[in-house]
Design a protein around this ligand. Structure first.
Ligand SMILES: *[C@@H]1O[C@H](CO)[C@@H](O)[C@H](O)[C@H]1NC(C)=O
Ligand SMILES: *[C@@H]1O[C@H](CO)[C@@H](O)[C@H](O)[C@H]1NC(C)=O
Ligand SMILES: *[C@@H]1O[C@H](CO)[C@@H](O)[C@H](O)[C@H]1NC(C)=O
Ligand SMILES: *[C@@H]1O[C@H](CO)[C@@H](O)[C@H](O)[C@H]1NC(C)=O
Ligand SMILES: *[C@@H]1O[C@H](CO)[C@@H](O)[C@H](O)[C@H]1NC(C)=O
Length: 558
């Protein structure tokens, strides 16, 4: 950057400047005489006594899977610049599992470009001058690591780092084929199979602080092998050693074999214990979850439900890997040790009979009440969802639904008090065709004074929705009675969505629902059944004397 022939002139200018501005930072140890001036080739001269500073107000961040987080980064000049310089901001990432630093995002002014797995998930909002913070959405377990925020202004290049950790439940894992039998790579695989990822040392350390006590050594993300001991005893390092995380240090990733520590983070869906009159063998357990529109839960999912949703159940149940476990948050007599945890009976022979834990995702749907568009306060929106057997959707759930194709041009409340809507096919007036697909946000709105529609989310419940084939069509009063006569109730909107999404309900007949709307569920789009796409199609609210079929809901299994 130095332009050699100009030095004598510049030195003279320097003398002048020192004379004129004696207060300029000569005490700074980063101030180098030779670097004081720089010509940028346009004949313009930068005064390099100005120092670029980059820092993060929050150098370590804990976040939940699926959530959105901000990696903070600010830059400024000392002393302050009189005219702004154009800077380039570059974010890169060093994964917790090691490897090379890879690019995340590069931005010059308002233009930015993101890379690899980060595409579409990161942006630089630049809320204020000097703000280079990175917003990341839909966090994945393997996003953990060290993020570097680098600011380059053509003269200087400074950076700061932010460590991202996913908050989660750390659990030791030993596969069916026995203790100390996994290479590093196999350990990685095994965690993924349990809907989790290799834990980092920081995560294991935190779990140890929270009481994790485990006497088998396991792989961590950095390739070391360690184990957490809160109650020292033989043979776990012996009682002479105090509590702590014991380390075997870094081991050979291909040649050495150990157990593993995995970490799972929050869930999109929910884990539930399936109550059946008789116990099930492993094959039946898998089928039973499937019949509920769910899947048999993975170990990581059970841990996440225990840790983040307080799942507490004193019944041992099958999990996807063939192990049998149960989650206790409120320890009590006859439910294992007097401390919270997920208890394990290890792997059971598949013909043994137990209960089962199932996992199911949620379905998100927009809702507009009979009294019209944009007419719900936040509190009313909450009520309306509950009436439809659902709850206010979270941003993460709406995002997931958008990824699966939800396209809706009316803004609705979300659980966090923001108002947003998902657009997969940009058009007018939904933000206009100029804007790409995405979730459009009105930001946080006033919960009492402002009115919108709402997005609700429902998770699979026991029970079943069916279309009642009447001899003749029914008005709303008759429809309610017809379901009642079947030992059922007229279905709620949330229940119809669940049946459509998780049980594949497909029916080309519009039917009454509890709220007085008329809808029908299509999973296999075809001619003469509305739009050529899967969905719950709606005719909106009908006058109660109109005649239709009806969808009923029953708790009993048929
Ligand atoms: C991280 O996890 C996601 C989802 O599980 C996966 O799609 C992606 O490929 C993973 N990325 C890397 C670098 O392993
Ligand atoms: C390790 O696993 C293999 C199968 O991958 C199995 O054949 C072997 O018996 C196991 N060894 C031990 C010590 O459990
Ligand atoms: C579970 O029971 C069913 C009969 O209900 C039987 O067909 C199946 O083979 C059994 N599976 C196992 C693994 O024992
Ligand atoms: C909103 O709902 C109220 C009844 O709660 C109704 O009187 C009013 O007309 C509705 N407004 C709009 C714009 O639909
Ligand atoms: C529905 O029809 C019944 C007669 O079958 C009648 O008594 C009732 O008032 C009707 N309800 C509505 C809302 O039209």
């Amino acid at each position: 950057m130095m332009v050699a022939h100009s030095r004598p002139l510049l030195e003279m200018l320097l003398q002048l400047l020192i004379f004129c501005f004696p207060a300029l930072g000569f005490s700074s140890d980063r101030y180098f005489y030779q670097d004081i001036f720089n010509s940028n080739g346009n004949g313009e001269i930068h005064f390099k006594g100005v120092k670029l500073r980059v820092d993060s107000s929050q150098p370590s961040v804990y976040a939940l899977r699926g959530s959105k987080t901000i990696l903070s980064c600010q830059y400024w000049y000392e002393p302050e610049l009189t005219s702004p310089r154009k800077v380039r901001v570059k974010w890169s990432w060093l994964p917790a599992v090691g490897g090379h630093e890879t690019d995340v995002l590069v931005a010059i002014g308002p233009n930015s470009r993101s890379f690899g797995d980060f595409k579409g998930r990161v942006h630089l909002p630049q809320y204020s001058p000097g703000d280079a913070s990175l917003v990341m959405t839909e966090l994945q377990l393997n996003d953990t690591g060290r993020y570097r925020c680098e600011v380059i202004d053509g003269v200087e290049d400074e950076s700061a780092t932010v460590d991202l950790e996913l908050r989660g439940a750390v659990f030791p894992y030993q596969p069916r084929h026995g203790r100390y039998n996994m290479t590093y790579h196999e350990a990685q695989q095994v965690c993924v199979e349990q809907d989790s990822t290799l834990a980092t040392f920081e995560q294991l350390f935190q779990a140890w602080e929270e009481g994790l006590n485990w006497c088998n050594a396991g792989w961590l993300a950095d390739g070391t092998v360690q184990y957490p001991i809160t109650q020292p005893r033989m043979p776990c390092g012996g009682p002479g050693l105090g509590p702590g995380v014991r380390s075997y240090g870094r081991r050979h990733r291909q040649l050495h074999r150990y157990d593993v520590f995995c970490i799972s983070s929050s869930l999109q869906g929910k884990v539930f214990y399936l109550q059946r009159t008789h116990k099930l063998n492993f094959t039946e357990a898998q089928q039973a979850c499937f019949d509920e529109g769910a899947q048999i839960a993975k170990v990581g999912q059970l841990y996440a439900a225990w840790r983040f949703m307080g799942l507490d159940r004193c019944d041992a149940g099958w999990l996807a890997d063939g192990s049998v476990r149960y989650p206790i948050t409120k320890p009590r007599r006859n439910c294992g040790p007097m401390e919270a945890g997920v208890r394990s009976f290890g792997f059971a022979p598949p013909h043994q009979r137990h209960g089962v834990y199932c996992y199911s995702a949620v379905v998100v749907f927009p809702y507009q009440p009979r009294r019209g568009r944009y007419n719900l306060t936040y509190h009313e929106a909450q009520q309306v969802c509950v009436e439809q057997d659902s709850t206010l959707a979270t941003y993460e759930q709406l995002f997931q639904a958008w990824k699966e194709g939800l396209n809706w041009c009316n803004a609705g409340w979300l659980a966090d008090g923001t108002v947003q809507y998902p657009i997969t096919r940009p058009r007018n007036p939904c933000g206009g065709p100029g804007l790409g697909p995405g979730i459009r946000s009105y930001g946080t709105r006033h919960r009492q004074l402002e009115r919108y529609d709402v997005f609700c989310s429902s998770s699979p419940i026991r029970g079943k929705v069916f279309y009642l084939q009447p001899a003749h069509k029914l008005n709303l009063t008759e429809a309610r009675e017809a379901c009642f006569d079947e030992g059922a109730q007229i279905a709620k909107v949330g229940q119809l969505y669940v049946a459509w999404r998780f049980m594949g309900l497909d029916r080309c007949d519009p039917g009454w629902l509890a709220d007085g709307s008329v809808r029908y569920p299509i999973t296999k789009p075809r001619r003469n059944c509305g739009p050529m796409e899967a969905g719950v199609h709606s005719f909106g609210f009908a006058p109660p004397h109109q005649k239709h079929g009806v969808y009923c809901y029953t708790e009993g299994m048929q």
